[in-house]
Design a binder for this molecule. Structure first.
Ligand code: SF4
Ligand code: SF4
Length: 340
């Protein structure tokens, strides 16, 4: 019988996780950076990051009695995509909601561990869970922290979903250093459309397109609309320019492509709340709600200069019940005027 760490690794890989490592259940190594991020208010309107601050900084508060954090990563590399005829969506969001997929994988792994006596009290966490997962994952040797504040792996690059299992099992969790580093590369900093990577490893979420298009409610500040370019939901620029991860195998089959991407960008201007809920069920794009996605679509249509969208933009500017959509549509129309 292999030792517990080897067996856990075997079971995790068999479940489809690409990477596995172990970290102690203790405050994350770079917890101080998170504290600074909050103090400088770089989290924008993401108030939950402040609300759960103590638990995020110290995982012993998440699951008292836990001894080891099993850090896991799922490859989500896939080709670029978005709406029919234009309007890009971050690659991770093109398929089924990854929370459900990765949670299912974690639950199955949890059952196997329990069955083999590899932990009695376990707690699974995916993405929005209350831990500094990139920092713990780096500590566990899953990759290194990059200048774009991502976790990078020499093979999978930044195309990874992270998850953790907290277990009451004492395992040898000596720090491991993953191979690779950004070295002298600064591509992500140089190419970020809004200058959101203000220095290596430091992102100002308030001007990051991912935050603006997904988390921000209300209007997007005007100076940041043109730099949004084609991005309707999220932004992959800093990941796409990164030389790491080019060789990652595509995981599109695991996550599929959500049916909502049969829509054209213009359709998002007329979709009702009910249609939105039905169409985007099981998609990460639900997070923006109808108004957020329609607002983003209006801005991107303005950026793309698609004249066939003018009648629908006019209608949205006059009649959309959400002020942020009406105002974004009016802005988009003004872009057409400027181009004349
Ligand atoms: S996601 Fe886009 S906007 Fe945000 S830091 Fe990366 S390149 Fe910049
Ligand atoms: S683009 Fe270059 S600097 Fe940025 S994360 Fe990738 S390797 Fe590091």
């Amino acid at each position: 019988m292999p030792d517990p760490a080897t067996r856990i690794r075997e079971l995790a890989l068999a479940e489809g996780f690409a990477l596995v490592g172990f970290a102690p259940v203790a405050p994350a190594p770079d917890a101080h950076r998170y504290a600074t991020f909050l103090e400088e208010k770089r989290h924008g309107e993401m108030a939950y990051l402040e609300r759960f601050r103590d638990r995020i900084l110290d995982p012993t508060k998440v699951s008292p009695g836990a001894r080891t954090m099993i850090c896991l990563a799922v490859n989500h590399a896939r080709p670029a995509g978005g709406f029919r005829g234009g309007g890009r969506v971050a690659r991770y969001a093109l398929g089924r909601d990854y929370h459900a997929v990765v949670e299912g994988m974690l639950r199955r792994l949890e059952r196997r561990l329990r069955a083999e006596g590899l932990g009695t009290r376990l707690r699974g966490i995916v993405d929005a869970g209350p831990v500094l997962e990139r920092s713990h994952a780096a500590h566990a040797g899953l990759g290194f922290l990059s200048k774009s504040a991502n976790l990078l792996h020499h093979k999978y690059g930044p195309w990874l979903f992270l998850g953790e299992l907290l277990v009451d099992l004492e395992l040898e969790a000596a720090p491991v250093r993953a191979p690779g580093s950004c070295g002298t590369c600064t591509l992500c900093i140089d190419r970020c459309p809004t200058g959101a990577i203000t220095e290596p490893g430091r992102v100002d979420a308030r001007i990051c397109i991912s935050y603006l298009t997904i988390e921000l409610r209300g209007s997007i500040p005007e100076p940041l609309r043109r730099p949004m370019g084609e991005w309707v939901f999220g932004c992959d620029v800093c990941s796409e320019v990164c030389p790491f991860g080019d060789g990652a195998p595509s995981a599109a089959d695991r996550f599929g492509t959500h049916g909502a991407f049969d829509l054209r960008l213009e359709d998002l201007l007329t979709i009702t709340e009910d249609e939105f809920a039905r169409t985007f069920q099981g998609s990460p794009l639900r997070r923006t709600k109808r108004a957020g996605l329609a607002r983003n679509a209006a801005i991107v249509l303005g950026n793309l200069g698609r004249t066939e969208a003018v009648p629908l933009l006019r209608r949205a500017a006059e009649r959309d019940p959400a002020e942020s959509v009406a105002e974004a549509a009016a802005w988009a129309l003004a872009q057409f005027e400027e181009r004349r």
